[in-house]
Design a protein around this ligand. Structure first.
Ligand code: NAD
Ligand code: LMR
Length: 315
């Protein structure tokens, strides 16, 4: 093929938001808090995701090192590191998906609500920037307390006039990951085949694993065992905080869960059908304004390249 023809094909692909390397739609993912305990392994996992063409790593400290390190992995995503406020605009510009693990984690004896004062401010500032620089991005909120940081994000977006409830997700996937693991162990079934919906919220007794709807179903578990599984899932975060004894909360399992949820969002954006994950979203399922339940990410293709999301609750 003549170079000029190749160039114009490449330009066309770029204009159409396609990555010429993979034939996939080009997707930019930004991770805010990328140098933290969750941020680093999450950056690694998103770098490995073939749906990501551009990976933007932002933190208030240490991002150049993390970005340089992750960028050497031989996967297609192009990695760039950004540090401090004046680089936030560029980090977010054109992002399709923003994942937020920025903020302080718990220490033993603390509740997630004890993080509110610090993390609310961090989330507010980051969401203000998202509203300005990538108002159409999907937002995956990891920062705790998720039961509050998601409503805060919603208010920031409402104030900026960019709020779309179908684009804001509290990440509760770690509760599902835990419920699957604990259930598979107790029921002695292959963990790869297990699914357990977890609804409600992401703190203590607001975490409601629905073991009655677990698949594969089993009669092998007694009511007492289900009760114990429920309690362990609700207190999974505290179990890790105590085991880490002052060195933070879940990071590796959370990075895995964040990568699973991020991947589901990218698949939804790319029009893959039947993508269903539990997430803490604006809700009419109960009288509560936000509630975690099964969310169906489906895609409606408009004439050009814009996409719309429908978050449906399947209870
Ligand atoms: P961490 O302290 O290891 O990392 C947090 C990172 O955020 C740090 O690198 C810090 O520099 C960065 N940061 C702080 N302010 C920032 C800002 N304004 N902009 C960008 N980055 C900023 O903490 P961690 O263990 O990674 O946990 C992060 C958050 O995730 C905590 O709030 C924790 O409670 C929460 N968490 C949520 C879940 C969940 O299931 N949703 C699970 C585990 C942890
Ligand atoms: C978790 O569930 O592991 C997180 O919410 C972190 C925490 O503080 O428990």
């Amino acid at each position: 093929m003549r170079p000029s023809v190749m160039r114009s094909a490449a330009q066309l692909l770029r204009r159409r938001n396609y990555s010429s390397a993979s034939g996939q739609q080009a997707r930019k993912v930004a991770i805010l808090g990328a140098a933290g305990g969750i941020g680093q392994p999450l950056s690694l996992l998103m770098k490995l995701n073939p749906l990501v063409s551009s990976l933007s790593l932002y933190d208030i400290a240490a991002t150049p090192g993390v970005a340089a390190d992750v960028s050497h992995i031989n996967s297609p995503a192009l990695v760039k590191g950004f540090m401090a406020d004046d680089q936030l605009a560029e980090a977010l510009d054109g992002a399709d998906l923003v994942i937020i693990p920025a903020g302080v984690p718990r220490k033993p004896g603390m509740t997630r609500d004890d993080l509110f004062n610090i993390n609310a401010g961090i989330v507010k500032n980051l969401c203000t920037a998202i509203a300005k620089y990538c108002p159409n991005a999907l937002v995956n909120m990891i920062s705790n307390p998720v039961n509050s940081t998601v409503p805060i994000a919603a208010e920031v977006f409402k104030k900026a006039g960019t709020y779309d409830e179908k684009r804001l997700f509290g990440v509760t996937t770690l509760d599902v990951v835990r419920a699957r693991t604990f259930y598979a162990g107790k029921a002695n079934v292959d963990v790869n085949t297990v699914d357990v919906p977890v609804v409600g919220g992401h703190a203590g007794i607001t975490i409601l694993p629905l073991f009655s709807q677990a698949t594969p179903s089993t009669n092998a578990l007694s009511a007492e065992e289900i009760k114990a599984l429920t309690k362990r899932t609700q207190e999974g975060g505290t179990e890790v905080v105590e085991a880490k004894a002052g060195k933070g909360s879940a990071t590796l399992s959370m990075a895995y869960a964040g990568a699973v949820f991020g991947d589901a969002c990218l698949k939804g954006l790319n029009g893959v059908p039947d993508i269903v994950e539990c997430s803490y979203v604006q809700s009419t399922v109960t009288e509560l304004p936000f509630f975690a339940s099964k969310v169906h990410a489906c895609f409606a293709m408009c004439v050009v390249y814009c996409s719309c999301y429908l978050s449906d609750f399947i209870m």
